[in-house]
Design a binder for this molecule. Structure first.
Ligand code: 13P
Ligand code: SF4
Length: 354
């Protein structure tokens, strides 16, 4: 097992340009304690791409986007899963692993998209559009997944929609992701309003048009803040920049970017590109993580928009999570079995090749 000294040396070579030595030394001590507890508890640690650099580069057994980490959660034989991400991700791990202990290193770990829709909203839509398949973005809670037919993530959303072979599809709850996927799959989007149980208003949109995607008004509180003007201003200042936008950004922003894809797809695109300078329109920590792994690349920073939920997870919180076995994720069995159908159906579709 790596000692604090080993970890300190590794961190110095990967993060020496991002974090001062004094900080690296403290982080190395904490990371060594996490690694010790991980063995003691028979745990696997899954780290989302947005985790702070000192955590991301030390303790996760697996790093990745939502889809990759769901697949890792489905495959693990460890008794404990520590999910360094937000609550909906840890819930997905629990849905796939009912007999294992799943820990989230924060009590909250919310997400504005997951909070934008309830199970009752989905039931209203189901009643209003009978027979129309319902796709839910993985950024939802288990009770919402339980009401839907299939899940998707940002890396397989278009493949999931196309797998349904249905002219009309309900796609929840991220309106911008829905609009981006609709553009990719040649669909027309409507955003109805839920009026009361069993009724929706189509807001003047024609629901009889072919190839329709019925969307919801959910937004990611981080990605909705990036604007087409941000893209224009950065391009004017740095004409050689490659701009990458997460598909939770508005379609006006993704249309102006050079690339749009999941967090891992963005990382791979930066690694593959010959460009020297990049701008990521997503949570800022990911830029630091990419620079640490690719020292020759320059990442411009638009760091005013951060995800406060992802930032609740730190190395220290991860250590405490393993030490005190907190905070345990619980999904009631009657909800879990229904949500599992939607998650397993997504995993069977397979990832989009980026
Ligand atoms: P990814 O699945 O692309 O990692 O996205 C998760 C997320 O919450 C982005 O904000
Ligand atoms: Fe949710 Fe947005 Fe944070 Fe991702 S970045 S976890 S979508 S609030």
């Amino acid at each position: 097992m790596k000692t604090a000294q080993d970890i300190y040396r590794d961190l110095q070579s990967s993060l020496g340009d991002v974090l001062p030595d004094a900080e690296l030394f403290i982080k190395a001590e904490v990371a060594a304690e996490v690694l010790r507890l991980k063995v003691e508890r028979d745990a696997v640690i899954l780290g989302h791409n947005y985790m702070e650099p000192a955590l991301f580069h030390t303790v996760p057994d697996f790093q990745g986007d939502s889809l990759e980490l769901s697949r890792r959660a489905a495959e693990t034989d460890k008794s404990v899963i520590v999910f360094c991400g937000v609550r909906f991700m840890a819930e997905t791990a629990k849905i796939l692993n009912p007999t294992k202990t799943v820990l989230l290193p924060t009590e909250k770990g919310g997400c504005s998209l997951a909070e934008s829709i309830t199970a009752a909203d989905v039931r209203v839509l189901r009643e209003a559009y009978p027979g129309v398949p319902i796709v839910t973005y993985i950024n939802t809670y288990a009770d919402v997944k339980a009401e839907c037919d299939i899940c998707c993530t940002s890396s397989n959303a278009a493949a999931v929609v196309e797998s349904l072979k249905s002219d009309t599809v309900i796609f929840l709850p991220d309106e911008f992701l829905a609009r981006n996927v609709a553009r990719e799959t040649g669909r027309h989007v409507i955003v109805p309003s839920v009026l009361r149980k069993g009724a929706v208003a189509a807001n003047g949109d024609d629901t009889t048009v072919e190839h329709t995607m019925i969307a919801w008004q959910g937004r990611c509180e981080v990605h909705e803040l990036f604007t087409p003007e941000d893209v224009d201003v950065v391009r004017k200042q740095y004409p050689d920049v490659m701009i990458l936008a997460h598909p939770e950004c508005s379609p006006e922003v993704t249309a102006k970017a050079d690339f749009s894809g999941s967090t891992t797809a963005m990382i791979r695109a930066v690694e593959r590109s010959k460009a020297k300078r990049f701008l990521l329109l997503t949570e800022c920590s990911m830029g630091d993580n990419i620079v640490a792994a690719n020292p020759g690349k320059e990442l411009l920073r638009l760091c005013s928009h951060r995800c406060p939920h992802m930032h609740e997870i730190t190395l220290e919180q991860t250590r405490d999570s393993l030490q005190f076995m907190r905070w345990e994720i619980d999904v009631p069995e009657h909800i879990r079995v229904r949500a599992l159908r939607a998650v397993e159906r997504m995993l069977a579709v397979g990832p989009k090749i980026d």
